[in-house]
Design a binder for this molecule. Sequence first.
Ligand code: HXC
Length: 267
Amino acid sequence: MSYTEGMLKDGALKGKTIIVTGGGTGLGKSMGLYFLKLGANLVITSRKLDVLQETAKEMEKETGGKVLAVACDVREIDQVEKLFDEADAIFGKVDCVLNNAAGNFISPTERLSTNAFHTVIDIVLKGTANVTMTAGKRWIAAKQAGTFLNIVTTYAWTGSGYVVPSAAAKAGVLAMTRSLAVEWAKYNIRTNAIAPGPFPTEGAWSRLLPGDLVKKFDPAKKVPVGRVGEHQELANLAAYLMSDYSAYVNGEVVTIDGGEWLQGAGE
Ligand code: HXC
């Protein structure tokens, strides 16, 4: 047994249709792929249709499952409504949403333009609200159960320098997670969050950090267990929280970071 192995039983997500925002690349792609392996129907979405279609083809080939790729900017409510319409048309209904799409700039706050600050808030907080409200209204009207899983970060509660818009937006998403867990549980809608620490992805750190810093950057340096995470470890947790095995978990944020955040908030 190893932490790089899938943890849940085959078919654990069978019959569920799951939307993953930001599902074309990186951690969203890895979590989506595992949902598919566990029998879910998968809908992946981001702004880049060509990337999504390539990913969908790759995933279908690997699993024999069905993946729908839909271009959608989560900031645009009309596009979000269309995403759900398309998912309904292909799969009949949507059961779960992984709010994973995000934007972030690592920068001294005084050097950010107001528009840059607003852009991160729009993608992370308003985008998550758009997707969540759209799903929730539909589920409640149809008297259908649903599950939300929101990706946040530990600096949503510790705070951290140089990522202020992201920290503010993720704190909002965390508050939304806990608040909806209380309000919508009566409709059979659960809402949880995961706060991942450092997991390597294609290009996220190099996109976020300046060139000279990225060469020196050791993501495992502040992690007590001494390594970065494996995508499968995150996928196992996400699949558990999406599945009915976690039916009694609601309003929880689970940190998966090797203990990194306990080393103290960033500057
Ligand atoms: C400062 C920047 C900037 C940068 C753009 N802007 N890039 N400001 N630093 N690197 C400014 C622009 O000048 C503009 O302001 C405003 O932000 C909007 O820029 P656009 O290019 O129009 O934005 P848009 O096309 O909407 O896309 C922005 C974005 C994009 C979505 C954030 O950069 C993106 O897709 N990034 C990839 C997603 C991402 O970052 N994921 C990482 C999440 S991981 P002005 O004033 O000029 O109009 C994560 C984990 C934390 O968050 C890890 C911490 C280590």
